[in-house]
Design a protein around this ligand. Structure first.
Ligand code: GLU
Length: 487
């Protein structure tokens, strides 16, 4: 049974880079009808905060990545937060001590440093020299009397390791790369390299996908598996996600946390779809893929070993696609907070059956102009307010001496039009106006659009007019006319 996991440390907001590996682990498990686990690695007490655990669980749920075992849902290998597993780490450390694979080390950080310097001076690799390996009981007692608290140190194997990484290929860790290393600190807390192995082992994890910033850690982890007499999982170390300038993706490139993407209104399906393309590609090159398609197409042999570059434009393109394709009812539910956030309409109004048709009509009309739901505001404004701004791109068209004439003709035509406005009626009106005043093309159509929406682009006027209503439309034309020198 394939069992994969996502093991975030709750030290900050969930980052797209982490979620990308979580997604791959999820897809791999689902593809093989296996299980995906969530484990919280919160033993770094200084940096971990409970609020980040709550946040990351919430963000993962929003994304739709669900886990079969984890801190909130439980499972047979729990608990699933490392801070609740300390007794387990101590039990295994004791076993390692009993088997001669680990020992109490009483050295202070200064003594450890001095021992490394001494090794270096002797022309050896700067490892801890193992001076506590063979302490006698009375030496230990003497240290204890001094009030020293021991760490537990692992006896490093003096051998080379070869890792067949599913992403990196064969990785060789030469002999002597690491010296005896601490597995439990003097404060009783386990170090990452130790806790991660105990957990992956006890949780029967078969495949570990993670960032390649952990690649060099793997040699220590392989040693611990060896000491436990356990078979290590399959490892895949993904190159980190880069920003457009090929530097590690960070805040200075723009939005990077799931929370921010969520706040901007990217549909979660779109974000996951985009993240799946960061270091993986579908066999037939398709880029718009549903979760079901991703599950069936995903495979480890299509993971790329080179770093993926986060392309904000591509994400926007994918997101727009999802916004356009989504069933309107579903999009409406998702869009409600973004409507409310504008301050122009209340949640009650949005749920009011008498008004809902209008708001849904508006949403359906403007969704094609949005890359994310936060963009709705730019187009919502001219449906919900009369004081909408006139964008600067409009200025050249307002300066044309034909514009007052165009607007006056539009005002009259609209006022006298008794038919319901639809595409045909509008085209008919436009034809006769153009003929009458001798202005056509952009110089004719854009002043109309600007008068009604304040913008030079957007949905077709003949879709907007019926939603706004004739009365408001006439007022808008008049208002704009009043600001222009009359030509
Ligand atoms: N807690 C580690 C991290 O967030 C997990 C690394 C791993 O997956 O082994 O980087």
């Amino acid at each position: 049974m394939v069992r994969t996991r996502f093991a975030p440390s709750p030290t900050g907001q969930l980052h797209v880079g982490n979620v990308r590996t979580a997604l791959f682990a999820y897809l791999y498990a689902k593809k093989h009808k296996g299980q995906f686990l969530l484990r919280i690695e919160d033993t770094d007490l200084e940096r971990s905060e409970a609020v980040y655990t709550t946040k990351l669980i919430d963000d993962l749920k929003w994304l739709g990545l669900t886990w079969d075992e984890g801190p909130d849902v439980g499972g047979p290998c729990g608990p699933y937060a490392q801070s609740e597993r300390l007794a387990i780490y101590h039990e295994y450390a004791q076993k390692l001590i009993d088997e001669g694979r680990a020992y109490y080390c009483y050295c202070t950080p200064e003594e450890v440093e001095a021992s490394k310097q001494k090794m270096l001076a002797e022309g050896k690799p700067p490892h801890y020299d193992g001076r506590c390996r063979h302490l006698t009981r009375s030496q230990r007692e003497a240290f204890e009397r001094e009030g020293r608290k021991p760490a537990i140190r692992f006896v490093a194997y003096d051998q080379a390791y070869t890792l067949n990484d599913v992403v990196k290929g064969e990785v060789v860790f030469p002999q002597g790369m690491v010296g005896d290393f601490v597995i439990i600190r003097s404060n009783g807390l386990p170090v990452y390299n130790y806790a991660v192995v105990i957990d992956d082992y006890l949780m029967k994890i078969t495949h570990v996908l993670r960032g390649d910033d952990h690649l060099s850690n793997t040699v220590r982890q392989l040693m611990i598996y060896q000491a436990l007499g356990a078979t290590p999982p399959v490892f895949g170390h993904m190159a980190l996600v880069l920003g457009p300038d090929k530097q590690k993706l960070s805040k200075r490139h723009g939005v990077t946390s799931i929370e921010e993407f969520r706040r901007l209104g990217y549909p979660p399906e779109a974000l996951l779809n985009y993240l799946s393309l960061l270091g993986w590609s579908s066999p037939d090159g398709r880029e718009i893929l549903s979760m079901e398609e991703l599950v069936s197409l995903f495979d480890l042999d299509r993971l790329s070993s080179s770093p993926a570059v986060f392309d904000y434009d591509k994400l926007d393109w994918i997101s727009k696609h999802y916004i356009i394709q989504m069933p309107l009812e579903k999009l409406y539910e998702m869009a409600i907070p973004f409507f409310v956030e504008t301050g122009w309409v209340s949640e009650e109004e949005l749920h009011d059956p008498a008004k809902k048709t209008f708001y849904m009509g508006v949403l359906d009309l403007i969704r094609g102009y949005c890359h994310r739901l936060a963009d709705l505001k730019d187009h919502l404004v001219y449906f919900l307010r009369e004081d909408f701004p006139i964008e600067t791109e409009a200025t050249p068209f307002l300066a044309l001496d034909t514009t007052p004439k165009v607007l006056r003709a539009f005002y009259e035509a609209l006022k006298n039009e008794s038919r319901e406005i639809d595409e045909l009626v509008f085209r008919d009106m436009a034809m006769s106006m153009m003929k009458e005043i001798g202005v056509k093309g952009k110089n004719f159509f854009l002043p109309l659009r600007i008068a009604i929406t304040g913008r030079v682009s957007g949905p077709e006027i003949y879709f907007i007019l019926p939603l706004i209503g004739k009365e408001k439309a006439l007022k808008r034309v008049q208002t704009l006319l009043d600001t222009l020198p009359q030509g």
